[in-house]
Design a protein around this ligand. Structure first.
Ligand code: GDP
Length: 348
């Protein structure tokens, strides 16, 4: 049996103490504000996160924001990604592209969640490295943390226990992304960073009845029940799991904030710091939508992890705070959903 060299813990990972990615000096480059004329590539520009990051960059005055949609560039195609990077030569990359879905999609299609996400990430990160892209933000997810992590979950909980089985394939892919970012920092000295958002919602979400996350699913279910005059709706599981919800526009602001104020190898949690039960969420959505029938729960459906609340002190210490309160964000998202019924924006 071999023995490991002396290690220290950081960001939940074990590494040789001399090589801690937290310590890699990068001349304070990541703390320099981004130039508004920088060419920023938003990978995943049409998704929930990518479209919000795009809006925020434009709002902040960035003049060269680029990002082909998936029909123009399939990020799973390595050759195509390398060719695209060589031609476009971005200065900054926000990697928001991913195959995402709710509890049922993750539990029933783990092979796709693992393979697609690994390929998207490895291709984009490798191509960005080949072009020596200096500033890069990789987006992960709060599901990277162990199922029974101490709450609220600190970044140090990474890799300290078994994952929630309903989304372990997606989580493993995202953990690989964090490690790749840390490895590039360590080996090449580039100040790349990772952010781990909690459950997100907002405009341009996926409202598919089976494959989406809980919040858009509930909006659609309550809306359709209201429209059809249905006397009851049935939600999944026991309603007792607790979740935290962040409006995607708040995440977009956090992404820019981190790119300008954070330079470390450890991932940074992005959330509100407060959670509620799925039952409480359903009541809130019912009120916002204006549905008056009864609400029932199908306990034969999966509950998933019992609680997933992020400790956001690392981010708040960097001077960031969320602005959009849940009821306000829900009201705005419901209005967006109603406005876009029947349009291409509601892809499902
Ligand atoms: P998770 O946070 O990875 O577990 O993903 P989801 O957002 O899909 O599910 C969160 C919780 O909401 C789970 O406990 C689900 O069982 C519950 N839930 C209740 N109704 C629904 C629904 O209609 N769709 C989804 N996706 N989840 C629901």
């Amino acid at each position: 049996m071999t023995t490991c060299p002396k290690v220290e813990r950081y960001g939940g990972l074990r590494t040789n103490s001399a090589l801690s990615a937290f310590e890699v000096p990068v001349d304070g480059k990541a703390h320099r504000p981004l130039e508004h004329s920088s060419r920023v590539f938003v990978a995943g520009r049409n998704g929930l996160v990518g479209s919000a990051v795009w809006r925020e960059l434009v709002r902040e005055g960035f003049t060269d924001v680029i990002g082909p949609g998936s029909a123009e560039l399939d990020l799973r195609d390595r050759r195509a990604v390398f060719d695209w990077f060589a031609a476009a030569r971005p200065d900054v990359v926000v990697l928001a592209a991913a195959r995402v879905g709710g509890i049922k999609a993750n539990a029933t299609r783990p092979a796709e969640f693992l393979s697609d996400n690994l390929r998207i990430q490895v291709n984009v990160l490798d191509a960005a490295l080949e072009q020596r892209v200096e500033r890069l933000l990789f987006l992960g997810s709060s599901c990277i943390y162990p199922k029974f992590a101490e709450q609220p979950i600190r970044e140090e909980a990474l890799l300290t226990g078994p994952l929630e089985p309903t989304n372990d394939a997606y989580a493993i892919a995202k953990i690989a992304g964090i490690l790749q970012v840390q490895a590039v920092r360590r080996q090449y000295g580039l100040p790349w960073i990772s952010a781990m958002p909690t459950n997100l919602y907002g405009p341009a979400d996926n409202f598919h009845p089976e494959h989406s996350h809980v919040l858009p699913s509930l909006i659609r279910r309550f809306h359709e029940a209201k429209e059809s005059g249905a006397r009851r709706v049935v939600n999944w599981g026991s309603g007792s799991p607790r979740r935290e919800f962040l409006h995607v526009d708040d995440l977009a602001r956090a992404c820019l904030h981190l790119l300008e104020h954070y330079d470390g190898g450890g991932p940074v949690n992005v959330g509100t710091g407060t959670d509620l039960t799925i039952r409480e969420l359903a009541e809130l959505v019912r009120e916002v939508v204006g549905y008056r029938g009864s609400v029932e729960w199908d306990s034969s459906q999966l509950d998933g992890t019992p609680r997933k609340l992020l400790d956001v002190s690392r981010l708040t210490e960097l001077g960031w705070a969320p602005r959009i309160e849940l009821r306000e964000g829900l009201t705005q998202t419901y209005a967006w959903y109603v406005e876009n019924l029947g349009s291409d924006a509601l892809r499902n």
